[in-house]
Each structure stands twice: as C-alpha cells, then as structure tokens.
Design a protein around this ligand. Structure first.
Ligand code: ADP
Length: 485
C-alpha cells in the first residue's frame, strides 16, 4: 500500500491519542484486510477499554482550552486541516479503496465530500450566535448564549471511512468540543490518516483522538458510562443505535444517531425515464449499494414499468465489477462475506415468492467478495427486501398503480432517512414531497448528499442532523441568563 502513495507516512500502524502515536497498552493489534483481494494491508493497535478511558481524560482536559479559543482561531486550524486533506486527496483515496473496496473515483469523491464538512464547519465556528429576548419583567434582561457540550465521542461505520468521521468531528471541533472517535475496525486507516493531517494542521493534543479497537461493545460502554463524555454521536445500524441509546440513558447523555434506512425510489408515469434510470444507478449502486441512503425499494408505475426495467437492465449490464484500484471499475467488492450472505438471502427470498431475475443474481467471478449487480422484477411487499435494508447491489422492482397507493407503500416502514421520486407534474411533485415521511427527499435526483444541507432521518432512522448551519447545534448547549438590573 505504501508504495502506491506520494506520502507513505499516511499509512499509520499506531493510533493517535492525546497528541501522541501509540500502541495498545497491552500490545494487542488487529489486521486490516483489503476486501478485493483478501490480503492483510496493515495492522493497527487494538486498544482495550482502559486506553479509551485515558483518551477521554485527555479530551476532557484539552477541551477547556480549545473552547476558550475564538471561533476564528478554531476556524483557521480547521481550514488548514481541510487544505491538507485536499492536498493529499489522492493518497487518502488510495488508502480508502485499499481498506474499503470502493472504486477510486468514489474514494476521491468521498475525500472531497468529507473535507467539505471541515471547511464548512470551520466557517460556521464564527457564527455561533446567541440572542437577546425582551424581559418578562421591567427589571429583567434575558440573554441566551451557546456553549460547547464538552467531550463528544463518535462511533462510525466502514461504508464511508472518511466522511462519516468528518461529518461529526468538524462540527464538534468548530463548536469547541473535543472529540474521541472509534472508527469501524474494517477501516481504521482512513481515520488514522485524517489524524495525521489533523496533527499537522495544529489541532492541539487531546482535542481529537482515535480509538482503534476491535472491542466495539466495550468501547461503546466506555463512551456511555464515562461521566466525562457529554455527547455521543453514532452512525450505523438501528439495532446498535438502540443499544447505545439505552446505555446512554443512564447518564442522560445527548445523542445524535444516523441509523438505518429503507429508501423508496419511485418512478411515476410522467417521469423522464432516462433520467430516472440514471438516478437509480447512482442511488442504488453507489458504493455497491452499501449506503444508508441507497434506494432499497424501487417502485415503478404500471404504464412505464416495462420501459424502465428494460433501460435499467441495459445500464446495469454496462457496470464493470472489479478491484476498486483498477481503472474503469464501477462496483468493487462487498465489505465482508456476511454482506454477500444478506444479498443472496434477499434475492433467494424474492425468487421463492414469485420474483424474476432480469440480470445478475449470482456471485461474480472476480473474487470471493464480489457479487453481480442484480435486478429482480415482480417484487411484492411480502418479500424481505420490502422491510429490510439489503446493503448490496440488488435492485428490486415493485409495481404500483396510483399516487396514494405508492405513498402508503413508501411510508410503510419503521425507517425514514432518504426517499426519492421522479415525476414532472407540479401538483403531484408537491403532494408527494410533502407526504413522504422521510428526513430527506430527492426529487428528480438520486444524489442528495452535500455539506450545506441537513442530513438525517425521522422515525427509527435517527436523531439530529449533520451538515448545514443546523449541524453545529448538535454540539452546542443553550444557556439562558436572566439578569436582574
Ligand atoms: P454496520 O453493519 O454498518 O457495521 P453496525 O451498526 O453493526 O453497522 O456498526 C456500526 C459501528 O458500530 C461499527 O463501528 C461497529 O463496530 C460499532 N458497533 C457495533 N456494535 C456495537 C456496540 N454494541 N457498541 C458500540 N459500537 C458498536
């Protein structure tokens, strides 16, 4: 891996805690595997829970001085970090593809996307405005100020090894919080490379630390039980989100949760079908279907069902499966063997209940963790894919008759993260965008992520928002000051 990089020092085999590069106190390590080839590309420290507690102590101490800096001073350092990430975009992308598998073009895009949060929230650091409220009595003056919550702890998944961290650490640091992150154990190298650049940018010791550890539940408990942590931010499954919320309840910790989705993608009969096909490809097959905003259920109206499926088939058959580091690859490997099991299970379940394969449907000959992009038609609500997130390259096509029916089907889920639809009739567009019970609606687009907009879900898809001017609020407390004059 190092030989592919301009700056080989970005591959770190120690972790970054309290401004120092360290090993685990017990010397333990774990391997990082390239999912395309199955080979070990690095080993990183496997920190025990006690080492995590030490990182939290350091974060607690460091946060006091960090919060005292002006927003402008914090902004300068974050800007430097952003610049360094973009200067090293290619190296960060190669590291990401090596540990996560996504095509290099997507990794470059993710580094730019992740970095954009550091730029954005650095700018927002200067705009943490309070307010004055006319007093309720003639001798009272009311002011409201915003202050950092304190130490924030984050837990992130493997599907966006840079952006999921950047979306959390940037608003936290901008607000004046310190931050301790536990990246997913499949993808620690991207987190460590970010820490290397954070150090160079001048982020003070202890303000940002990385806990590489295979003990997910032990570190999760430390984050929830340690009284020095005042904020928990998590991206991952709804199942683990529920565990963390229960644990965090004991000390009434503030929580932000970006959890699972089950995104509907609706194609109405007045849609531009070519645009809908393009949108479906981008939205379903990005990161090989391994994102929480990927289309999980594709609903197509009767009159355009055959046209849409034929065009989607053609587009899917043009996708190249392969090693993300090779030119021309559109779909890399899945992250691990159990991810393939889930894709297979959803496809077999659909076929056993009347679904028909249009293309794909089986493992790819590219290697152990590769699967062919698959479309199944005649999918119905009694199949697993209607209620569970596949997280893989399987596009199920449901058929519907009218607006009211599809709105009901789309909303019939415990999830409420992203949703998409294609239509052109103005009143239909307005009716549907308002009726979808989702935190995010893409209208005639399959790509919705940007640092300037609030990303987050309703129902069991989560709590809080990341990105936009709203995103920093998740790391701030309001203080109301009543002054007697
Ligand atoms: P995914 O299927 O995307 O890995 P998970 O919700 O299982 O989703 O994992 C998201 C992150 O949460 C990962 O970093 C994982 O290691 C971590 N995690 C899993 N279980 C727990 C737990 N009980 N406590 C804390 N973190 C956990």
């Amino acid at each position: 891996l190092k030989s592919l990089l301009k700056n080989p020092d970005l591959v770190c085999e120690q972790t970054y805690v309290n401004g120092a590069w360290i090993d685990a106190s017990n010397g333990a390590t774990f391997d990082v595997i390239n999912p395309a080839r199955g080979d070990v590309i690095a080993s990183v420290p496997d920190l025990p829970r006690a080492d995590c507690a030490a990182a939290i102590d350091a974060a607690y101490t460091a946060q006091k001085d960090w919060a005292k800096k002006t927003g402008k001073d914090r902004a300068k350092i974050l800007r430097k970090w952003f610049d360094l990430m973009m200067e090293n975009q290619e190296d960060l992308a190669i590291i990401m593809t090596a540990e996560q598998g996504k095509p290099l073009a997507e990794s470059r895009g993710e580094v730019a996307y992740g970095s954009s949060f550091v730029e954005w929230f650095g700018e927002e650091a200067k705009r943490v405005y309070g307010e004055t409220i006319p007093g309720h009595m003639s001798d009272k003056r009311i002011t409201v100020i915003k202050q950092p919550i304190g130490v924030a702890a984050g837990i992130t998944p493997w599907n966006f090894p840079n952006a999921m961290i950047a979306r959390k650490v940037a608003p936290a640091l901008a607000a004046g919080c310190s931050f301790v992150i536990r990246p997913a154990s499949q993808t620690p190298l991207s987190a460590l490379a970010m820490a290397k650049l954070a150090e160079q940018a001048g982020i003070p010791a202890g303000v940002f630390s990385v806990i590489t550890s295979e003990d997910a539940s032990g570190i999760g408990k430390e984050f929830c039980e340690n009284q020095k942590v005042r904020k928990l931010t998590f991206t991952g499954s709804t199942e683990v989100g529920r565990i963390l919320l229960r644990q965090a309840a004991d000390q009434v910790m503030k929580c932000s949760m970006e959890l699972g989705g089950n995104a509907p993608f609706i194609v109405f009969d007045d849609a531009d079908i070519d645009a809908a096909v393009q949108g479906a490809i981008a939205c379903k097959f990005r990161n090989n279907g391994q994102t929480c905003v990927c289309a999980n259920r594709i609903y197509v109206q009767d009159a355009v069902y055959d046209e849409f499926s034929a065009k989607l088939k053609e587009a899917v058959e043009a996708l190249q499966v392969g090693d993300g580091l090779d030119d021309g690859t559109d779909l890399g490997p899945l992250i691990e063997p159990k991810a393939l099991d889930k894709v297979r299970d959803h496809i077999e379940d659909a076929l056993s209940k009347g679904g028909k394969v249009i293309t794909g449907g089986k493992a790819s000959d590219k290697g152990a963790q590769f699967f062919e992009p698959t479309i199944v038609c005649d999918v119905t609500s009694d199949m697993k894919v209607a209620t569970e997130e596949t997280f893989g390259p399987f596009a199920p096509l449901f058929r519907f008759k009218d607006e009211d029916e599809v709105i009901e089907l789309a909303n019939n889920t415990i999830f409420g993260l992203a949703s998409y639809f294609y239509a052109n009739d103005l009143s239909r567009v307005i009716k549907v965008q308002e009726a979808l019970e989702y935190g995010i609606v893409g209208v005639n687009t399959g790509i919705i992520s940007t640092e300037v907009a609030p990303f987050g879900g309703v129902k069991q898809s989560g709590l809080g928002r990341e990105g936009s001017h709203h995103g920093i609020e998740d790391y701030l407390e309001l203080k109301y000051i009543c002054t007697n004059v």
